[in-house]
Write a protein that binds this ligand. Structure first.
Ligand SMILES: [Zn+2]
Length: 86
């Protein structure tokens, strides 16, 4: 356990997904990102969905993700997390 392997929460992954795809993540965050999706089915599905969207549109910017969809997703993540803790 160290600061360098601190787990990335789902919420942070959602925030970083556009940076991941445009290559602007730091090497360390990229590693944390990959480590997270390797152990989280929900984020794997989300990232896959984003990848398909990027392939369809040719690009993805922060503003291309509808705010409502983002909110919905973050709410869903909170639900999953609460589900795990109870
Ligand atoms: Zn996750």
């Amino acid at each position: 356990m160290s600061l360098f392997t601190r787990e990335m929460p789902c919420q942070e992954l959602v925030e970083l997904v556009t940076a991941y795809f445009d290559g602007s993540l730091s090497r360390r965050d990229r590693r944390r990102f990959r480590a997270h999706i390797s152990g989280c089915d929900h984020c794997t599905a989300y990232v896959e969905q984003m990848r398909v969207m990027i392939e369809a549109t040719g690009s993805l910017r922060e503003e291309d993700i509808p705010a409502a969809a983002r909110e919905e997703l973050l709410a869903a993540f909170r639900g999953w997390r609460e589900g795990l803790e109870t």
